[in-house]
Design a protein around this ligand. Structure first.
Ligand code: ADP
Ligand code: ASP
Ligand code: MG
Length: 401
């Protein structure tokens, strides 16, 4: 049986924890499993490195950032391999390049294009435990690239796919996927199983327990994915294809995304092509626009609102200045957040959204923007009510039951 395990930043946060991971890997080995182990940088390390670069400039070259950031994962991979060797196990540490991971050129947010698993397979055949530095690959010119924040999850899923592994286990400090972030709502319940689509919504809407791109890839490659804790032997959550009885559950989870900023454009010239111009320009600047709201225009003008990640708000302001002549007024609000309700059961049940609106209204929480899809309802509200809204929605859908 071939298993890909991934240990996140908290799980390898200090030497004692790396030792703990080594013991867990050794145990799986004793059970007869072939293992490829992907590791993150020690917790806080990636942020520390970003801070170092920002000491010199707010806008460091992305290629150099990849050189810098990829080092965090290499340290952990080497240390885990050394720890295993010290226990008498045959292990080998590999960088993304050595593991055969080739990406495109989009530095700091690269996409995996192909994986040549030969080196890993040869090492496994020789009886070695393969340790791979997560979050990284190389582009066709041989420069190191990284896969976006939380990208070690993606490394693990991609390797599991390329190696045709029996399963992929993502270890963090929570023992599975909960109905909401247990740090916000201690009454949150662990789910035994969740569909790829629901998990993808939860991750994309802000639940950082799994990186959204990793879930997307797991769905595409049909990787059997588990979320587990490196601090316990609890069962964990299986992320898998949707089954019929999943639809009986109306709502599987609620999620908070604090990384949101709202842009409102007043008196936008109501002419064909204006939305295309605005959003193409934002796309050209790689600004990820999330919710968009436009009203029916009156007197040749309309109002247009949208949200972007908080880190992009200054860039968005710069882009909007170019549209000065087309827009009467603009305002920006960084103190907003997005709360979302997710569940495949919404496909076949009505009234789910109304329940969310009523629950927030009962707490006097004003909804500024709404967007829905087949399996989710998202609402933009004042940031200071974010956690209250999550607890309110959790209770409204009886997720603690
Ligand atoms: P790692 O550093 O191992 O990659 P992360 O910090 O990225 O781990 O993810 C684990 C964290 O995700 C947990 O500590 C938890 O607070 C948070 N989290 C957010 N939403 C959920 C959820 N629905 N279920 C479980 N954990 C969640
Ligand atoms: N170390 C990287 C980050 O902090 C990647 C990861 O941990 O998955 O984002
Ligand atoms: Mg993570």
């Amino acid at each position: 049986m071939l298993v890909v395990q991934k240990y996140g930043g908290t799980s390898v946060g200090d030497l004692e924890r790396i030792e703990n991971v080594a013991n867990r890997v050794a145990k799986a080995r004793e059970e007869g499993k072939d293992l490829v182990v992907v590791v993150s940088a020690m917790s806080g390390e990636t942020n520390k490195l970003i801070g170092y670069a920002e000491h010199f400039t707010k806008n460091p070259a992305k290629k150099e950032m990849d050189m810098l950031l990829s080092s965090g994962e290499r340290v952990t991979a080497a240390l885990l391999s050394i720890a295993l060797q010290a226990k008498g196990y045959d292990a080998v540490a590999m960088t993304g390049r050595q593991a055969g991971i080739v990406t495109d050129d989009l530095h700091t947010y690269a996409r995996i294009e192909k994986i040549d698993p030969t080196a890993m397979q040869n090492a496994i055949k020789e009886g070695k435990i393969v340790i791979v530095a997560g979050f990284q690959g190389i582009n066709k010119d041989g420069s190191v690239t990284t896969l976006g924040r939380g990208g070690s999850d993606l490394s693990a899923v991609a390797l599991a796919g390329a190696l045709n592994a029996d399963q992929c286990e993502i270890y963090s400090d929570v023992d599975g996927i909960y109905t909401t972030d247990p740090r916000i709502e201690p009454k949150a319940k662990k789910l035994d199983v969740i569909s790829y689509d629901e998990m993808l919504e939860l991750s994309s809407l802000g639940a950082k327990v799994l990186q959204n791109r990793s879930v997307e890839l797991a769905k595409k490659l049909k990787v059997k994915l588990y979320a587990k804790s490196s601090f316990s032997d609890n069962e964990g959550t299986l992320i898998t294809e949707e089954s019929e009885n999943m639809e009986e559950v109306l709502v599987s989870g609620v999620v908070l995304d604090k990384n949101q900023a709202r842009v409102t454009l007043r008196g936008v010239s109501d002419r064909p092509g204006i939305a295309a111009e605005i959003f193409s320009k934002l796309a050209d600047e790689n600004i990820n626009v999330d919710m968009i709201i436009q009203n029916v225009g009156t007197d040749g003008a309309t109002n247009l609102g949208f949200t972007v990640p908080q880190s992009e708000i200054d860039n968005a302001k710069k882009v909007m200045e170019e549209f000065d002549h087309d827009i009467e007024g603009m305002d920006y609000d960084e103190n907003v957040c997005k709360v979302s309700v997710v569940g495949v059961g919404m496909k076949s049940h009505s009234g789910v959204a109304a329940k969310a609106f009523s629950a927030l209204a009962a707490n006097n929480i004003n909804i500024q923007m709404i967007s829905t899809s087949e399996i989710k309802v998202s609402m933009i509200i004042d940031e200071k009510y974010g956690e209250l809204a999550i607890r309110t929605l959790h209770e409204a859908y009886e997720l603690d039951k």
